[in-house]
Design a binder for this molecule. Structure first.
Ligand code: NAD
Length: 322
């Protein structure tokens, strides 16, 4: 049994991860600025605290063998690509990463997982929606399309530096659009899959739902269960390079919306409006993770979407009653 710290356990991925770590028999301390929105934090000890504060980081690192660092100032396209939150996103997330690494050094914690993002990949390789290039080695020369991506890239380098100079084992995943039950589905920080499920669930029969842009932009979406499996396997592997954790099932936003509409059984049209978009295409290249871990995600998108639509639909119905 290890004593593990999960930073961001009040969030979507962090909450699910605490459950996995408990199932694997570990003792878990969680920390977050807020309680988990869906009561999905399974940690043995939960600290309501701010990781931008170095003292808090030192305190929660006491007696810990391993850290999973998922805390970040983060949201969907509406939050990250509007430009309105850039200073906060960079300042808050960078401080968390600096503080956590310094605490790990002082407390002699020897292994840390860091959640990076596909947003580190250069914009110029993601202009063709049918053939985006997101192989790990293409990250340099860099040109992420958002400040969020630049902060992730800076922090990847920070983790590597601490690894090199202070002998801390570091594992880094670049997540590609993780979606699932108990994720943010409303309020402005939700990402495309949850937002589309919500719009469909809220729509009246024979009406339409709004899609940002022309909807021909492509993405891949990974269900949370496979994300957690990948994170745990990566952390317990010897892989020292950043790897993609994502699905390689590319789909346009229009087709994704049509998939959700079909699951809902409704007849709905798509109405395209202006909105923050991000790159034209993005897909996970899973060759490296396969070669490093002998494993890669393989759940088909439809199965995950079915589960998540049902869950979001339930939230919408509960919300209507309250
Ligand atoms: P989330 O927003 O649900 O979780 C992040 C949590 O970090 C939140 O609960 C937030 O309150 C907490 N946090 C932020 N600042 C903090 C601070 N100063 N002190 C303590 N807690 C703080 O996001 P998520 O989807 O669970 O993402 C987890 C990680 O994975 C993040 O680092 C994110 O950037 C990364 N990531 C996620 C995706 C995705 O598709 N969900 C994609 C790429 C990368």
């Amino acid at each position: 049994m290890k004593r593990i710290l999960v930073c961001g356990s009040g969030g979507f991925i962090g909450g699910h991860l605490t459950k996995k770590l408990k199932e694997e028999g570990h003792w878990v301390r969680g920390i977050d600025l807020k309680n988990n929105d869906f009561n999905n934090d399974h940690s043995d000890e939960f600290v309501l605290g701010d990781l931008r504060n170095p003292k808090t980081c030192l305190e929660v690192s006491e007696g810990i063998h391993e850290v999973y660092q998922l805390a970040a100032d983060m949201g969907g396209a509406g939050y990250l690509f509007s430009g309105k939150n850039d200073a906060d996103v960079m300042h808050n997330s960078a401080l968390v990463n600096i503080n956590i690494l310094n605490s790990a050094r002082i407390k002699k914690i020897n292994r840390i997982f860091y959640s990076s993002s596909a947003c580190v990949y250069p914009e110029f390789n993601q202009e063709d929606p049918s053939n985006p290039i997101c192989s790990e080695h293409t990250v340099y020369p860099s040109q992420p399309d958002s400040e969020y991506g630049w902060e992730k890239l800076f922090s990847e380098r920070l983790y590597h530096s601490f690894s090199r100079n202070y002998d801390i084992e570091v594992r880094i995943a670049r997540f590609h659009n993780i979606f699932g039950e108990m994720g943010t589905w409303t309020g402005g920080k939700e990402k495309a899959p949850a937002a589309i499920c919500r719009k469909v669930a809220e729509a009246d029969e024979d009406s339409s739902i709004e899609i940002w842009g022309d909807g021909n932009q492509t993405r891949s979406f990974l269900h949370i269960d496979e994300c957690i499996e990948g994170v745990y396997r990566l952390m317990n592997s010897e892989c020292q390079v950043p790897v993609n954790i994502g699905s390689d099932e590319l789909i346009s936003i229009n087709d994704f919306a049509r998939m959700v509409i079909q699951i809902s059984g409704k007849t709905l049209k798509l109405k395209h409006i202006d909105g923050p978009l991000g790159v034209r295409g993005r897909n996970s290249d899973n060759r490296l993770i396969k070669s490093q871990l002998g494993w890669a995600p393989n759940l088909s998108l439809g199965i995950g979407v079915e589960k998540v639509y049902q869950w979001v639909n339930k939230q919408v119905q509960i919300n209507k009653l309250s």
